[in-house]
Design a protein around this ligand. Structure first.
Ligand code: ZN
Length: 255
Protein backbone atom coordinates (compact mmCIF):
# COMPACT_ATOMS: atom_id res chain seq x y z
CA UNK A 1 0.00 0.00 0.00
CA UNK A 2 2.71 2.47 1.05
CA UNK A 3 4.76 1.44 -1.95
CA UNK A 4 1.84 2.20 -4.24
CA UNK A 5 1.36 5.69 -2.79
CA UNK A 6 5.07 6.42 -3.18
CA UNK A 7 5.04 5.25 -6.79
CA UNK A 8 2.10 7.52 -7.54
CA UNK A 9 3.88 10.53 -6.00
CA UNK A 10 7.02 9.76 -8.01
CA UNK A 11 5.08 9.35 -11.24
CA UNK A 12 3.23 12.62 -10.77
CA UNK A 13 6.43 14.39 -9.71
CA UNK A 14 8.08 13.22 -12.94
CA UNK A 15 5.11 14.44 -14.98
CA UNK A 16 5.28 17.83 -13.30
CA UNK A 17 9.06 18.03 -13.66
CA UNK A 18 8.62 17.41 -17.38
CA UNK A 19 6.00 20.18 -17.63
CA UNK A 20 8.32 22.57 -15.78
CA UNK A 21 11.17 21.75 -18.16
CA UNK A 22 8.96 22.35 -21.21
CA UNK A 23 7.51 25.61 -19.89
CA UNK A 24 9.02 28.95 -20.81
CA UNK A 25 7.23 30.80 -18.04
CA UNK A 26 6.22 29.04 -14.84
CA UNK A 27 4.58 30.88 -11.97
CA UNK A 28 3.70 29.61 -8.50
CA UNK A 29 0.54 30.62 -6.66
CA UNK A 30 0.72 29.76 -2.96
CA UNK A 31 -1.69 29.78 -0.05
CA UNK A 32 -1.79 28.91 3.63
CA UNK A 33 -1.05 25.20 3.03
CA UNK A 34 2.60 25.88 2.17
CA UNK A 35 3.18 27.52 5.56
CA UNK A 36 1.48 24.83 7.67
CA UNK A 37 4.74 22.78 7.91
CA UNK A 38 6.36 25.92 9.37
CA UNK A 39 3.84 25.78 12.20
CA UNK A 40 1.41 28.43 10.97
CA UNK A 41 -2.11 27.05 11.27
CA UNK A 42 -4.44 27.36 8.33
CA UNK A 43 -7.45 29.08 9.86
CA UNK A 44 -9.77 26.99 7.74
CA UNK A 45 -8.66 23.94 9.75
CA UNK A 46 -10.71 23.90 12.94
CA UNK A 47 -9.14 23.62 16.36
CA UNK A 48 -5.80 25.20 15.52
CA UNK A 49 -3.90 27.72 17.59
CA UNK A 50 -4.73 31.39 17.55
CA UNK A 51 -7.78 31.01 15.37
CA UNK A 52 -9.36 28.53 17.75
CA UNK A 53 -11.28 30.91 20.00
CA UNK A 54 -12.09 33.70 17.57
CA UNK A 55 -13.79 34.01 14.24
CA UNK A 56 -11.11 35.56 11.99
CA UNK A 57 -13.75 36.90 9.62
CA UNK A 58 -15.01 38.94 12.54
CA UNK A 59 -11.89 40.04 14.40
CA UNK A 60 -9.53 40.45 11.41
CA UNK A 61 -12.08 42.52 9.52
CA UNK A 62 -11.47 46.12 8.48
CA UNK A 63 -14.70 47.16 10.24
CA UNK A 64 -13.46 45.57 13.49
CA UNK A 65 -10.17 47.48 13.14
CA UNK A 66 -12.04 50.77 12.68
CA UNK A 67 -14.72 50.16 15.27
CA UNK A 68 -12.72 48.55 18.05
CA UNK A 69 -8.95 48.84 17.54
CA UNK A 70 -8.32 47.72 21.15
CA UNK A 71 -9.98 44.38 20.48
CA UNK A 72 -8.35 44.11 17.04
CA UNK A 73 -4.87 44.59 18.46
CA UNK A 74 -5.45 42.30 21.41
CA UNK A 75 -5.87 39.59 18.81
CA UNK A 76 -3.49 40.81 16.11
CA UNK A 77 -0.46 41.90 18.13
CA UNK A 78 0.35 38.36 19.41
CA UNK A 79 -0.28 37.09 15.88
CA UNK A 80 2.31 39.50 14.46
CA UNK A 81 4.81 38.41 17.11
CA UNK A 82 4.20 34.71 16.54
CA UNK A 83 4.53 35.07 12.75
CA UNK A 84 7.70 37.12 13.05
CA UNK A 85 9.58 34.24 14.73
CA UNK A 86 8.63 31.55 12.21
CA UNK A 87 11.08 30.08 9.71
CA UNK A 88 10.47 28.90 6.15
CA UNK A 89 10.22 25.16 5.50
CA UNK A 90 11.65 23.00 2.68
CA UNK A 91 8.58 23.63 0.49
CA UNK A 92 9.38 27.37 0.45
CA UNK A 93 13.02 26.51 -0.27
CA UNK A 94 12.15 24.30 -3.25
CA UNK A 95 10.45 27.32 -4.88
CA UNK A 96 13.49 29.52 -4.15
CA UNK A 97 15.72 26.89 -5.77
CA UNK A 98 13.49 26.63 -8.84
CA UNK A 99 13.80 30.40 -9.26
CA UNK A 100 17.60 30.23 -8.89
CA UNK A 101 17.69 27.54 -11.58
CA UNK A 102 15.58 29.83 -13.80
CA UNK A 103 12.73 27.34 -13.79
CA UNK A 104 10.33 29.66 -11.97
CA UNK A 105 9.52 33.25 -12.85
CA UNK A 106 7.79 34.40 -9.67
CA UNK A 107 5.77 33.43 -6.63
CA UNK A 108 2.34 34.97 -6.17
CA UNK A 109 1.30 34.40 -2.58
CA UNK A 110 -1.82 34.86 -0.48
CA UNK A 111 0.36 34.51 2.62
CA UNK A 112 1.38 37.50 4.73
CA UNK A 113 4.14 35.66 6.61
CA UNK A 114 7.15 36.72 4.47
CA UNK A 115 8.39 33.11 4.41
CA UNK A 116 9.00 33.03 0.64
CA UNK A 117 11.30 36.03 0.97
CA UNK A 118 13.01 34.52 4.01
CA UNK A 119 13.55 31.29 2.02
CA UNK A 120 15.37 33.26 -0.69
CA UNK A 121 12.71 33.78 -3.36
CA UNK A 122 13.42 37.09 -5.09
CA UNK A 123 10.30 37.86 -7.07
CA UNK A 124 7.43 37.52 -4.63
CA UNK A 125 4.06 39.18 -5.18
CA UNK A 126 2.21 39.44 -1.90
CA UNK A 127 -1.37 39.94 -2.99
CA UNK A 128 -2.66 40.03 0.60
CA UNK A 129 0.16 42.31 1.79
CA UNK A 130 2.56 41.26 4.52
CA UNK A 131 3.41 41.79 8.16
CA UNK A 132 6.63 43.60 7.10
CA UNK A 133 5.14 47.07 7.65
CA UNK A 134 2.15 48.99 8.92
CA UNK A 135 0.74 52.34 7.81
CA UNK A 136 -0.97 55.25 9.51
CA UNK A 137 -4.54 55.37 8.27
CA UNK A 138 -4.55 59.19 8.53
CA UNK A 139 -1.20 60.51 7.24
CA UNK A 140 0.17 57.42 5.50
CA UNK A 141 3.39 57.22 7.57
CA UNK A 142 4.87 53.74 7.23
CA UNK A 143 6.46 51.78 10.07
CA UNK A 144 8.45 48.55 10.17
CA UNK A 145 7.24 45.68 12.30
CA UNK A 146 9.77 46.54 15.02
CA UNK A 147 8.73 50.20 14.93
CA UNK A 148 5.04 49.33 15.27
CA UNK A 149 5.88 47.63 18.53
CA UNK A 150 7.03 51.01 19.92
CA UNK A 151 3.77 52.75 18.96
CA UNK A 152 1.34 51.05 21.33
CA UNK A 153 -0.46 53.38 23.73
CA UNK A 154 -1.81 52.52 27.19
CA UNK A 155 -4.89 50.89 25.68
CA UNK A 156 -2.86 48.61 23.40
CA UNK A 157 -3.53 50.45 20.13
CA UNK A 158 -0.72 51.33 17.68
CA UNK A 159 -0.81 55.13 17.29
CA UNK A 160 1.11 57.14 14.67
CA UNK A 161 3.97 59.10 16.26
CA UNK A 162 3.47 62.12 13.97
CA UNK A 163 -0.33 62.53 13.75
CA UNK A 164 -1.78 60.13 16.34
CA UNK A 165 -3.81 58.33 13.67
CA UNK A 166 -4.41 54.60 13.87
CA UNK A 167 -1.66 52.42 12.42
CA UNK A 168 -2.85 49.31 10.57
CA UNK A 169 -0.66 46.37 9.55
CA UNK A 170 -0.15 46.39 5.76
CA UNK A 171 -2.03 43.14 5.40
CA UNK A 172 -5.32 42.84 3.59
CA UNK A 173 -7.98 42.42 6.24
CA UNK A 174 -11.33 40.81 5.52
CA UNK A 175 -13.57 43.37 3.85
CA UNK A 176 -10.64 45.20 2.20
CA UNK A 177 -9.71 45.36 -1.47
CA UNK A 178 -6.46 43.75 -2.59
CA UNK A 179 -3.57 46.11 -3.45
CA UNK A 180 -4.18 47.11 -7.07
CA UNK A 181 -0.54 47.05 -8.24
CA UNK A 182 0.15 43.62 -6.74
CA UNK A 183 -3.00 42.21 -8.35
CA UNK A 184 -2.05 43.79 -11.70
CA UNK A 185 1.39 42.11 -11.48
CA UNK A 186 -0.22 38.80 -10.58
CA UNK A 187 -2.68 39.01 -13.46
CA UNK A 188 -0.03 39.87 -16.02
CA UNK A 189 2.12 36.93 -14.82
CA UNK A 190 -0.88 34.60 -14.99
CA UNK A 191 -1.55 35.80 -18.53
CA UNK A 192 2.04 35.05 -19.60
CA UNK A 193 2.42 31.72 -17.79
CA UNK A 194 2.63 28.44 -19.69
CA UNK A 195 2.36 26.71 -16.34
CA UNK A 196 0.96 27.76 -12.98
CA UNK A 197 1.83 25.72 -9.88
CA UNK A 198 -1.06 26.17 -7.44
CA UNK A 199 0.32 25.15 -4.05
CA UNK A 200 -1.38 24.92 -0.67
CA UNK A 201 -4.45 26.91 -1.67
CA UNK A 202 -8.05 25.75 -1.88
CA UNK A 203 -8.40 28.27 -4.75
CA UNK A 204 -11.69 29.50 -3.38
CA UNK A 205 -10.93 33.09 -2.34
CA UNK A 206 -11.44 35.56 -5.18
CA UNK A 207 -9.96 37.46 -6.95
CA UNK A 208 -6.81 35.35 -6.43
CA UNK A 209 -8.77 32.18 -7.23
CA UNK A 210 -9.40 33.63 -10.70
CA UNK A 211 -5.68 33.56 -11.62
CA UNK A 212 -5.54 29.87 -12.69
CA UNK A 213 -8.42 30.62 -15.10
CA UNK A 214 -6.32 33.38 -16.67
CA UNK A 215 -3.48 30.91 -17.33
CA UNK A 216 -5.86 28.23 -18.61
CA UNK A 217 -7.60 30.82 -20.80
CA UNK A 218 -4.37 31.69 -22.63
CA UNK A 219 -3.73 27.98 -23.30
CA UNK A 220 -1.40 27.33 -20.35
CA UNK A 221 -1.53 24.44 -17.90
CA UNK A 222 -2.00 24.31 -14.17
CA UNK A 223 -0.77 21.87 -11.55
CA UNK A 224 -2.61 21.65 -8.24
CA UNK A 225 -0.53 20.62 -5.22
CA UNK A 226 -2.69 20.82 -2.14
CA UNK A 227 -4.64 18.65 0.26
CA UNK A 228 -8.40 18.70 -0.11
CA UNK A 229 -10.49 19.42 -3.18
CA UNK A 230 -10.27 22.58 -5.28
CA UNK A 231 -12.61 23.83 -8.02
CA UNK A 232 -9.70 23.47 -10.48
CA UNK A 233 -9.05 19.75 -9.95
CA UNK A 234 -10.69 18.75 -13.28
CA UNK A 235 -8.45 21.25 -15.13
CA UNK A 236 -5.17 20.21 -13.50
CA UNK A 237 -2.56 18.64 -15.77
CA UNK A 238 -0.99 17.21 -12.60
CA UNK A 239 -2.74 16.81 -9.26
CA UNK A 240 -0.73 16.07 -6.10
CA UNK A 241 -2.41 15.92 -2.70
CA UNK A 242 0.18 14.48 -0.33
CA UNK A 243 2.34 16.36 2.14
CA UNK A 244 3.35 19.64 0.47
CA UNK A 245 7.01 19.26 1.47
CA UNK A 246 7.20 15.66 0.24
CA UNK A 247 5.44 16.52 -3.02
CA UNK A 248 7.65 19.52 -3.85
CA UNK A 249 10.85 17.72 -2.87
CA UNK A 250 9.84 14.86 -5.17
CA UNK A 251 9.36 17.34 -8.03
CA UNK A 252 12.77 18.92 -7.35
CA UNK A 253 14.39 15.46 -7.26
CA UNK A 254 12.85 14.66 -10.64
CA UNK A 255 14.31 17.76 -12.32
ZN1 ZN B 1 -0.03 59.51 10.95
Amino acid sequence: MVRQVTTTTETRARQLAWLIEQSECTVALTGAGISVPSGIPDFRSPGTGLWEKVNPMEVAHIDAFRRDPVRFWSFYRPRLHSLDGIEPNPAHRVLAQLEQRELLEAVITQNIDMLHVKAGSERVIEVHGSIRTGSCQRCGARYSLAEIDELFDGEGVAVCSSCEGNVKPDVVLFGELLPADAMADAESLAARADLMLCIGSSLEVYPVAGLPSVTLGRGGSIAVITQGPTPFDPDAAVRMDGDVVGDLEAVLAAL
